[in-house]
Design a protein around this ligand. Sequence first.
Ligand code: AMP
Length: 443
Amino acid sequence: MPHKVKEEIKSFKDLGLCDELVEACDSLGWKTPTKIQVEAVPHALEGKDLIAHAQTGSGKTGAFALPILNALLDFHSKQGYKSAPIFFALVLSPTRELAIQIASQFEALGSGIGLKCAVLVGGENIMQQQISLGKRPQIIVASPGRLMDHLNNTKGFSLHELKYLVLDEADKLLSADFEKALNDIFNVIPRDRRTYLFSASMTRNVKKLQRACLRNPVLIESSECCTVDTLKQQLCLMPSKYKDCYLVYILTEMSGYACMVFTRTCYATRLLSRILQNLNIRAIPISGQMTQQMRIGALNKFKSRECSVLVCTDVASRGLDIPAVDMVINYDIPQDPRDYIHRVGRTARAGRSGVAISLVNQYEAQWYLLIEEFIGKKLPKYDPQEEEVKLLMERVEESKRLSLMKLKETGGAKKRRGGDEDDEDIERYLGVKGKPSKFGKRE
Ligand code: AMP
């Protein structure tokens, strides 16, 4: 049956999906397909490879999960449940958190059809992962390094029957960071497969794309530099010495908002969280320096709204789906405009509204000009009364002095005792103290 033209697609049924999946979307409360789902799913159902530029929050996980599940169900109905290949699809993700999230969307969509999904990511127990592979899951969501670990060391595990490969955040996966692991993976999976590349920003480097061995892929362009219309983006210019005050001012003005504050360094996440906590703002840091257990703990505190401010590095900018984020603040404006897109994409997801405010001091103007050029529009100013902001100066400075002192003390204690008191403080706060993860390493 020829597929409907895009304008005619109003429902999941119109996309050409089977009834089980239409029902699954309905039970998740997905009423109509999102733009990327409308654009990607019909091509995928025709058996095409895809390169999709899809912004975060656009429903891109559904856009690749639905056709894969449709193909799996097709396989079941034509050849019987038992003859369907195990390890039917592999989804690679550059971060652990994103992998966990992708798997939970697969599981939600596949809950009515007995779908099994294994997550193979670093920082988690290898044996448990081996057990989950032993259950013969149809879907594997993995980070490249840990997947290779299993391919080399887990008896009986191979991907020679794989039918689908997805690279989520493909631009990151095709970068030098993952080159070795990805080449190793490409060498052990069948060439005869479908391949989907999904990313909010996409490399134009043809050589890199060729490595993914796509076959006549359909290119789905939702302009690389777009942000959603429901996102209100603003710029706040200030002298550098008032930056902390402006941050506290905005968080106080917008109190009640769930907010992510992005900084450049792990140290800054700790310092800023302490400064804010001293001022009775419920902030929690998350960075690559924390153990996996602490990171999940911090995310959960934020998701449950126990903490209203998540102070993070770019570890949290890619792919994390935290539905209730109302505001993103760039405390440090990113130097790569693509990071800006990823960060602000944490809010205004799936049709909701959101605010993104970027704090820019006299030394950072060049970076925001790059961003404006990239997104093709001028950011309007967020311009509070400077006098009102300055009223906060004394309290913020005092809190900063105390926080710096504390971090210096705990840093000194770390050297003396070989432990990290600041980590211990965070662990106590998260309630994970005393339960160190065996594989929880610091990156
Ligand atoms: P993603 O871009 O894949 O990270 O998805 C962002 C969020 O949108 C997730 O919470 C999904 O559950 C949700 N979502 C995906 N597709 C739809 C849809 N068609 N309608 C409503 N929500 C959706």
